[in-house]
Design a protein around this ligand. Structure first.
Ligand code: MN
Length: 273
């Protein structure tokens, strides 16, 4: 519902004279573009320069160096700022040579940062743990510790499967290599690798808000995943969901198909015997 005149007057009382001037320009709706820039565009500081320019212009979105040699950019914000970034992308920084810049107008996605995509944010590990209740521990490196979730049924590569993930205490990074018998049950390193942070919101804010998107580069787990918090508080409950991408395996059961440690080749039951 549009605010009434009374509402507007009430608000104006809180503004200084200049801001309350009725002829002040109204902010225009943001627009968004996707750009694919080809040529000599990687290894020439283009990505970092794009980040710098976009942040100066207070644009939101992301930039990534893709495997096909192209630089890809999503940018959203005021028309004039997007136009300035577009001009920059058509030329690039001094050592770049742009052969083609394909720019499409796309839907505004509501990004709250200008991120670099496709770069490692740290390591991840999944440890299978024969505790009183058998589970898998997913751990993501963040600010020097391993943020951890206990997943009773383990991760899945099937996007139709949502796995309960209970937030548990941070672990030290030194524990990532641990495999063996503990008083609390045997542990194997079921998978490990690096991960990328994704999403529209910067980490760790994404976790604080309860929706975090990330890409795993493991031996068994690959591609995009989302952690969605469903119940906050102590031992918060989340769902771990595989995103639909080329690494998704509908109908698969990776936990059953690949039971062995990526460190030793041993299965948890062999270790626990
Ligand atoms: Mn555990």
């Amino acid at each position: 519902m549009a605010p009434s005149d009374d509402d507007l007057h009430d608000r104006d009382e809180h503004l200084d004279r200049e801001q309350a001037e009725p002829t002040r320009p109204r902010p225009t709706a943001p627009i968004a573009i996707r750009a694919v820039v080809r040529g000599k565009v990687q290894g020439v500081g283009f990505r970092d320069a794009t980040v710098g320019r976009a942040r100066e212009l207070e644009l939101m979105g992301w930039v990534r160096n893709d495997d096909d040699g192209a630089l890809r950019v999503h940018a959203e914000g005021p028309v004039h700022a997007v136009a300035e970034l577009t001009d920059f992308l058509r030329n690039g920084p001094p050592h770049a040579r742009v052969e083609e810049a394909a720019i499409d107008t796309v839907t505004v996605e509501g990004h709250e940062q200008f991120a670099v995509r496709g770069v490692s944010a740290g390591v991840f590990v999944v440890q299978e743990h024969a505790a009183s209740a058998h589970h898998f521990d997913l751990r993501l490196e963040l600010d020097g510790v391993m943020r951890s979730w206990a997943i009773p049924k383990g991760p899945s590569l099937d996007p139709a499967v949502k796995r309960l993930a209970v937030e548990v205490a941070d672990h030290a990074m030194a524990h990532n290599r641990f495999e063996g018998k503990l008083e609390a049950g045997a542990v194997i390193v079921w998978d490990r690798g690096s991960y990328e942070q994704g999403g529209r919101v910067a980490w760790p804010q994404a976790l604080t808000r309860g929706h975090a998107v990330f890409v795993l580069h493991g031996e068994k787990l690959r591609g995009g995943f989302a952690l969605q918090r469903t119940r906050p508080g102590n031992k918060a409950q989340w769902l771990l969901i595989k995103r639909r991408d080329e690494y998704a395996q509908p109908g698969s059961d990776i936990v059953a198909e690949r039971p062995c440690s990526v460190l030793s080749g041993r299965r948890l039951d062999e270790l626990d015997a």
